[in-house]
Design a protein around this ligand. Structure first.
Ligand code: NAD
Length: 485
């Protein structure tokens, strides 16, 4: 295994096929220890401009190289990433504070590999003696890909693969809290991708704003908070830039009385507390039928008490909250809930004071109107509410501005399907939650976003659809009396 500290110290932006280090930097800390990891090069507006210019120069050649070549390169990116995956996970674990928090990185090669193997769809609408009518996918131009701190590698791979397959070039900007693993992707891909096709610039929200505002950006693919998503949509509007927005969620899971409580509790605990709850598609509100409510709460509390929120190096099994602002927010929501009558069902192991550790908390006595129920916690807090009537549970689940995912848990699959279909969200699950896969579209409704990633719908988000009419004999000229449309 390479020396991770020296790997980090040598990292820089990837611009036009070269690693570039500039003088401006910002510090990055390890949230498990609050100790510095290193100073990250901080892209200026000028450097962002250079990256966009390189992407613009490279785009026509990249598209002209043809789909097969593009898929070959995406496949080579997956292989190169696989060969250095341990290092990427190690860097990511350092900046996210836990190996468990870096699990998303393992998905990167699979998401790239899927696009390397899946041809761009062509929809043939008519093909007869007279004519062929089809819809093909063409590139949009230069894509700005902006990622959050909770899943920087997986999110980057999803965005880059989709954008490149359609013939676009990319400027990727990671979160300032977790920039190093993404810069390592640049180092890994530098000799695999033609210069300018993928550029990576590290920086804060200002660098993101400069990227979004650049006139040569044609599409912004953003994953992050609703608030930043609104700013980006507004910034994109004057030039009618395309947007794909994958935003926050406040996913509800509804548990019917016929389930095996211990089995479902274990699945729900994982779906809620994975990466210490810092997953957009994690369960964030739990609605349990009153007849099994006490047993479900007890089972969840047992699981929560078994988690140890201290650094893995000190024997911990539950990672920290990955950023200081997020840690403060989670503590604020917990304090607010306790002040307003919420009761913790588990003891909540003492947090390690050295890092941003918060024990998983199963909260009862919670109700709509409490911030911990109404807002996206994005941390290890799970409010558990009870219901008597399933229609009320569906209405409560839908009573939110968010609409990312939702689930129904039951042994009656037909009932589960019917109820899940009533959830107002981009992904409705029966007996699972928080699943994503490269071939399955994923995205939100309402405030949770615009557009989809993954699957054919995801590729379409990075493409302009062109409808092509091909007459097989010279077509007649339309007469003035002909109906059009
Ligand atoms: P964030 O919105 O604060 O930042 C995300 C990225 O956007 C960062 O790179 C940041 O520098 C940049 N940015 C911020 N403001 C910007 C602006 N005005 N213009 C351009 N760039 C800007 O989000 P975060 O705290 O890093 O991530 C957590 C959020 O991401 C949560 O709400 C979570 O639900 C969401 N998320 C959603 C999905 C999904 O697929 N729907 C996946 C992961 C995370």
């Amino acid at each position: 295994m390479e020396d991770i500290r020296s790997t980090i110290a040598a990292l820089g932006h990837l611009v036009d096929g070269r690693i570039v280090r500039n003088d401006a930097t910002f510090p990055v800390e390890n949230p498990a220890t609050r100790s510095p990891i290193g100073d990250c090069p901080d892209a200026t507006g000028a450097l962002v401009g250079e990256a966009v210019a390189a992407a613009k120069r490279a785009q026509p050649g990249w598209y002209a190289a043809g789909e097969q070549e593009r898929r070959r390169v995406i496949g080579a990116m997956a292989e190169a990433l696989t060969a250095r995956l341990e290092s990427v996970v190690a860097v990511s674990a350092l900046e996210k504070g836990a190996t468990g928090g870096a699990i998303e990185a393992y998905g990167g090669p699979a998401f790239l590999g899927h696009h390397a193997a899946a041809p761009l769809p062509v929809d043939v609408i008519e093909d007869n003696d007279e004519r062929l009518v089809r819809v093909v996918r063409k590139p949009v131009g230069v894509v700005a890909a902006i990622t959050p701190w909770n899943s920087p590698i997986l999110t980057a791979c999803v965005k880059v693969a989709g954008a490149l397959l359609a013939g676009n070039t990319v400027v990727l900007k990671p979160s300032p809290f977790t920039p190093f693993a993404t810069l390592l992707l640049g180092e890994i891909w530098k000799d695999v991708v033609p210069p300018g096709v993928v550029n990576i610039v590290a920086g804060g929200d200002d660098a993101g704003r400069a990227l979004v505002a650049h006139p040569d950006i044609a599409l912004i693919s953003f994953t992050g908070s609703v608030e930043a998503g609104r700013h980006i949509a507004a910034a994109a509007a004057p030039a009618l830039k395309r947007v794909v927005l994958e935003l926050g969620g406040n996913d509800a899971a509804i548990v019917l009385p016929d389930v095996d409580v211990d089995l479902v509790a274990a699945q729900l605990f994982t779906s809620s507390m994975i990466m210490s709850g810092q997953v957009c598609a994690a369960v964030k509100r739990l609605y349990v039928h009153e007849s099994i409510y006490p047993r479900m709460v007890e089972a969840l509390a047992r699981l929560a008490d078994a988690a140890t929120p201290v650094p893995e190096s000190a024997g911990g099994s539950f990672g920290p909250v990955s950023t200081r602002p997020q840690f403060e927010r989670v503590r604020l929501l917990l304090d607010d809930a306790l002040t307003h009558g919420a009761k913790p069902a588990n003891a909540g192991a003492r947090a390690d004071e050295g890092g941003y550790f918060q024990a998983p908390m199963i909260l009862t006595g919670v109700r709509p109107g409490m911030r911990v129920v109404d807002e996206e916690q994005f941390g290890p807090l799970l409010p558990v509410l009870s219901f008597r009537d399933v229609d009320e549970a569906i209405a409560a689940a839908n009573d939110t501005p968010y609409g990312l995912c939702g689930s129904v848990w039951t042994s009656d699959i037909a009932a589960g399907e019917r109820l899940a279909a009533r959830l107002e969200c981009g992904t409705a699950y029966v007996n699972t939650h928080a699943e994503v896969a490269p071939h399955i579209p994923f995205g939100g409704v309402k405030d949770s976003g615009i557009g989809r990633e993954c699957g054919t719908a995801g590729v379409d988000g990075y493409a302009e659809l062109q409808t092509q009419y091909v007459y097989k004999k010279p077509s007649r000229v339309l007469a003035s009396g002909d109906r059009v449309g």
